[in-house]
Design a protein around this ligand. Structure first.
Ligand SMILES: *[C@@H]1O[C@H](CO)[C@@H](O)[C@H](O)[C@H]1NC(C)=O
Ligand SMILES: *[C@@H]1O[C@H](CO)[C@@H](O)[C@H](O)[C@H]1NC(C)=O
Ligand SMILES: *[C@@H]1O[C@H](CO)[C@@H](O)[C@H](O)[C@H]1NC(C)=O
Ligand SMILES: *[C@@H]1O[C@H](CO)[C@@H](O)[C@H](O)[C@H]1NC(C)=O
Length: 553
């Protein structure tokens, strides 16, 4: 009797289980992924390593893939694009790297017409991959939880980084932005093929974090993406971030040429030599040397291999391209301590017992504002020290250092992008947030809140996927973020869709600048206005009206 029950239960479970896509026809050929059970009636079809372009030529735009015969097993992630390792002692990855991964949620019937979210990874345009950071099993960017809980298709894509992705001469010889072209090719592939996976090609949202967010921002501003996607989300980075653009690419190209033995006084000969050089050596030559700047500059100066104004994909300065972004719904925000990790390198005393001195604060300001000579330091110092009082607590000074880096590198550029978007739209929506969940990284002083990249574990549902290393409050936060993000992808409004949200998130407009503070306790009082407007006004008005000095190389 018991046996029979077990058998019957088995039969029922099998028939009750979710639908599967099986083999899918794409433009290049057939692919077959793997179905992962999530709940009793739900699963996620996962396709790993589908090529969206051919192996790219060195410093060339991506080309269409020639296709394949038979069924391609899409069950393993492919190589990341050639890059230095985290410790920068060697390289990893390959030039054959233009692949994407697809996560499709299924219920008892096959999904159709789902919203699609395409993720661009971060890593300073130097590192990273669509399947990066696998610490407890799955990659940080594994799309299963988001797809299942938000009922959206998640796509994660590779793009070229470092020397192979962003070297440029600043002219037509080596225009640069190869990594941005890869992203564009991936989004175009999704647009052409996602219907066969149950997606709605008219409902694509692109999202990304850090350099991936700056990339999303560039894709919004490029004239090549009109009508290709509908919405965009930038987390902790925009094209206006000072680290997201290289305004003197030729000087950098010469520096890299020197490192690989290609420096020649004749530029044509130098470029011929670079084109014949070994990709591994070129990639190593693009590494950043933190020791070089200790005590002499700021980390930001090291992030050199970045997008450029190429007169084509990016036809002009990013701030002059917001008319191209007017039709996309846009959601953007920063973490409250995005700059802390950089501040800790530039002013190490903030994370030590030692006091942080006024001179160190001024030194940081002077490093960040070099382009204005020394003219900006007194005014910037007076703005940031004005809340201190006569005998500031040492912790207050340290937190100010983190705030300065957060404002300069992330928060202020994001506020400008939000305003330029809201001021230019006709009908598209704009939303702003501040993520300030307490940090989970042990050992930092009490005043440290949300570090750079700490938002990602919640968005990708890690508190559900690996519940043992999180508390219930982390699952609350994760649920809120997935709900707001996937509602936005579905309707352009984070409040409306298939998921309930804890409080309404009002639109950011030309005349009202509300933002939602995101942590594990979201309520009506989580909506505030005019995020750090005194500081935003200082940088956008007082600071930007100071004359720039000529940069010497
Ligand atoms: C996007 O998807 C939502 C939900 O499936 C649907 O209501 C909406 O009409 C779609 N938009 C377009 C342009 O197809
Ligand atoms: C719209 O964007 C352009 C850049 O494309 C910018 O110059 C302009 O100031 C923006 N318009 C408004 C009303 O802010
Ligand atoms: C911290 O303070 C100690 C003792 O005053 C001093 O020896 C040390 O050099 C300081 N470290 C830094 C990084 O300033
Ligand atoms: C956007 O428009 C508002 C209202 O006219 C204005 O105050 C603000 O400076 C504009 N922002 C930008 C970045 O142009």
């Amino acid at each position: 009797m018991m046996m029979l029950l077990v058998v019957l239960l088995g039969v029922w479970l099998n028939s009750a289980s979710a639908a599967k896509l099986g083999v899918v026809q794409t433009e290049g050929g057939q692919v077959e992924g793997k179905s992962h059970r999530m709940g009793l009636f739900s699963s996620v079809d996962v396709f790993k390593g589908i090529p969206f372009a051919d192996v790219p030529g060195k410093w060339e735009k991506p080309k269409p893939h020639p296709g394949w015969d038979g069924v391609m097993k899409a069950t393993k992630y492919r190589d990341r694009c050639l890059q230095v390792t985290l410790l920068q002692t060697k390289t990893q990855g390959s030039e054959d790297c233009l692949y994407l991964n697809i996560f499709v949620p299924q219920g008892t019937k096959l999904s159709t017409n789902l919203p699609v979210m395409v993720y661009l990874f971060g890593g300073a345009f130097l590192l990273g991959a669509s399947n990066d950071v696998a610490i407890l099993g799955d990659s940080l960017y594994d799309g299963k939880e988001m797809a299942d809980r938000g009922n959206v298709i998640i796509v994660t894509v590779n793009y070229r980084v470092g020397t192979m992705g962003f070297l440029s001469t600043g002219d037509s010889r080596l225009p640069g932005n190869y990594g941005l072209w890869d992203q564009h090719a991936a989004i175009s592939w999704v647009r052409r093929n996602i219907e066969a996976f149950g997606g709605n090609p008219d409902n694509i949202t692109i999202f990304g974090q850090s350099a991936g967010a700056a990339s999303v921002s560039y894709q919004m501003l490029s004239p090549y993406n009109k009508g290709l996607f509908r919405r965009a989300i930038t987390q902790c980075g925009v094209a206006l971030s000072p680290w997201a653009i290289q305004s003197n690419p030729m000087a950098l190209t010469k520096k890299i040429a020197r490192k690989v033995g290609c420096w020649r006084s004749d530029e044509e000969e130098m470029l011929t030599c670079l084109k014949m050089s070994d990709p591994v050596g070129l990639t190593m030559a693009g590494k950043i040397d933190v020791l070089l700047i200790l005590g002499k500059g700021v980390v930001m100066d090291l992030l050199e291999l970045s997008p450029v104004v190429d007169g084509d994909f990016i036809p002009d300065e990013p701030s002059k391209l917001f008319h191209n972004a007017a039709k996309f719904d846009y959601l953007a925000g920063v973490n409250s301590m995005d700059g802390h990790i950089f501040a800790g390198v530039d002013v190490p005393s903030i994370n030590m017992r030692n006091a942080t001195s006024v001179d160190q604060v001024k030194g940081l300001l002077s490093g960040l504002t070099k382009e204005k000579g020394s003219a900006a330091v007194p005014s910037a110092y007076s703005v940031y020290s004005s809340p201190w009082g006569s005998t500031p607590d040492p912790g207050v000074i340290k937190k100010t250092v983190a705030d300065i880096e957060t404002d300069f590198l992330f928060l202020v550029p994001t506020q400008i992008a939000l305003q330029l978007h809201a001021n230019n739209t006709s009908g598209a929506r704009t939303y702003s947030y501040l993520f300030n969940m307490e940090t989970r990284i042990p050992g930092f002083p009490k005043w440290v809140e949300a570090e750079h990249a700490e938002d990602l574990q919640y968005l990708f549902g890690k508190p559900f996927a690996t519940p043992l290393v999180y508390f219930p409050r982390h699952r609350d936060l994760s649920g809120y973020m997935i709900a707001y993000w996937t509602n936005f992808a579905r309707t352009g409004d984070p409040n409306t869709g298939e998921s309930r949200v804890p409080t309404p998130w009002p639109q950011f407009t030309k005349y009202h600048q509300p933002y939602l503070t995101i942590n594990h306790k979201i309520s009506k009082s989580s909506v505030s206005f005019d995020l750090r407007s005194d500081y935003v006004n200082y940088w956008t008005q007082t600071y930007s009206s100071l004359p720039s000095i000529k940069r010497e190389e």
